[in-house]
Ligand binder design. Structure first.
Ligand SMILES: [Zn+2]
Length: 471
């Protein structure tokens, strides 16, 4: 099967030019002007952009969390991703207390097998180095293509780790070449603030934010940075939401330390006041870190523009509002934390980032595809358009007008964080490894098409699955 995409404006993190892109099989084999090659399938991309498929390094599909299970599994989550122009993601395997990393990995492979539509890798969320997994076992994960360790500094009594586990994992990562990811909030302080609020009878969704003030994120971000410096590991701070966390990352990067940060789409658009919406509607916006005061949005745009933050992910962790979020109707601390977003990242960042002049088109590709691919051991197989790279491509119509609404989304959630937003620019045709997966508003492959990607260690290149034959 070969495919020729003709006359599109090819945009990567570095380049922007009109060309034809040809894939014979799964990889891109030719890029050029007016290519004259026979192809099984020709796609006219005149007037359209041809972008590398987006890579989302932060998602939670089929995750037991907060007394329930996220509503999107690998099939519905991958469908949502594909419609949104995301062709590869890295999801979190959660080690449960007392179990080994091997057991956790096996469980997560079982969740994706037979359901995957796009390609994905796994991070390992380390929760217990005392009774289950060991540092020795952690060291075996990179050889299985799991080259990042995630630690929660919040969610006391659940996923949260103490500083001992955090630091031992950081040391292990320094040895194995894995990347350490942290959810940076001071879980001990937040736990006290939550209990005090509930004791005062403060139960509404807005207290989710008021009990996790920005300083708790700033403190944990700084602590993780300093400990990573001592351990000598590479550090990636997930879902940065506010100035208090941006500042220490900016200082570390200015000093040349091995620190990177990501923010998520919703932090640019949803602010604290959304949590105050009446009749429990605020629960839709209960995710962690919480929506912040609006002035942080400009701080985040500036941070992604200046490379203080290097990635925009979604932290897609979808629940239904009518049933799952309702678990916390009388107690904000019981509202499952998370929101949907896998489907709308490219539309939202293109419409309000690129079209409104906040970031360039090249920078958008870098933030949504190239940087996540490079940081998570997927590049250059994923995250760019180049000869030898997987033909993961998005034919993007920059003028298409779409109204975002839950009623027409692919996610199984019953609401959308950006409900009613009018965007200009949307994916039209999406390919994964040379095969059209979405076209004409329809899914074109069967579940099971998506592959598990064994990622390279931090800083190493991921070679194509099948190297070109030597001449
Ligand atoms: Zn998350």
């Amino acid at each position: 099967m070969s495919v020729l995409i003709k006359g599109g404006r090819v945009v990567t993190a570095a380049d922007d030019y009109v060309a034809d892109v040809y894939a014979d099989g799964e990889r891109i084999s030719l890029i050029g002007e007016s290519l004259d090659v026979p192809a099984d399938r020709v796609i006219d991309a005149g007037g359209k952009y041809v972008l590398p498929g987006c890579v989302d390094p932060h998602t939670h599909l089929d995750l037991p969390f907060g007394g329930t299970v996220t509503i999107d599994d690998f099939e519905s989550g991958h469908t949502a991703a594909a419609f949104g122009g995301t062709t590869c993601h890295v999801d979190f395997v959660f080690q449960s207390h007392g179990s080994t990393f091997a057991e956790a990995l096996e469980q997560w492979h079982g969740k994706r097998n037979g359901r995957a539509i796009i390609d994905n890798g796994f991070h390992m969320a380390v929760t217990d180095l005392k009774e289950g997994g060991t540092v020795e076992e952690l060291a075996t994960l990179p050889d299985q293509g799991v080259t990042s360790y995630k630690l929660f500094m919040a969610y006391k009594g659940a996923a949260m780790v103490d500083d001992e586990t955090l630091f031992r994992t950081m040391e292990a990562a320094a040895d194995t070449g894995a990347l350490v990811m942290v959810h940076a909030e001071n879980g001990d302080a937040i736990d006290i603030l939550v209990k005090q609020a509930l004791a005062r009878g403060e139960t509404e969704p807005k207290y989710h934010a008021l009990t996790r003030p920005p300083e708790t994120e700033g403190e944990a971000t700084n602590r993780a940075i300093q400990l990573a410096r001592v351990a000598g590991c590479n550090l990636y701070v997930v879902h940065v939401s506010c100035k208090e966390a941006v500042d220490p990352i900016a200082r570390a990067r200015e000093a040349g330390w091995d620190v990177w940060g990501e923010t998520c789409t919703q932090y640019f658009f949803v602010d604290y006041t959304f949590l105050e919406r009446p009749n429990f509607e605020g629960a839709k916006y209960v995710y962690t870190p919480p929506p912040r005061p609006k002035e942080n949005q400009e701080v985040l745009w500036n941070a992604v523009r200046t490379d203080v933050l290097s990635v925009i992910s979604t932290d897609h962790c979808a629940f239904t509002w009518s049933e799952q979020k309702a678990l916390g109707r009388d107690d904000f601390s019981k509202i499952p934390n998370g929101g949907p977003g896998l489907e709308n990242r490219l539309q939202m960042i293109y419409s309000f980032g690129v079209r409104e002049g906040r970031i360039s088109l090249n920078r958008m590709v870098e933030l949504l595809a190239t940087n996540p691919a490079k940081l998570f051991g997927l590049y250059p197989r994923k995250g760019t358009i180049a000869v030898g790279s997987d033909a993961d491509l998005v034919v993007f119509d920059p003028e298409k007008e779409v109204r975002i609404e839950a009623a027409t989304q692919q996610s199984r959630s019953d609401y959308n964080l950006f409900e009613g937003t009018e965007v200009t620019g949307s994916p039209e045709t999406v390919l994964v490894r040379g095969t059209v997966v979405v076209e004409g508003g329809e899914l074109k492959v069967e579940p099971g098409y998506g592959q598990f990607v064994k990622r390279a260690r931090f800083g190493e290149e991921l070679k194509p699955a099948s190297a070109p034959a030597a001449a």
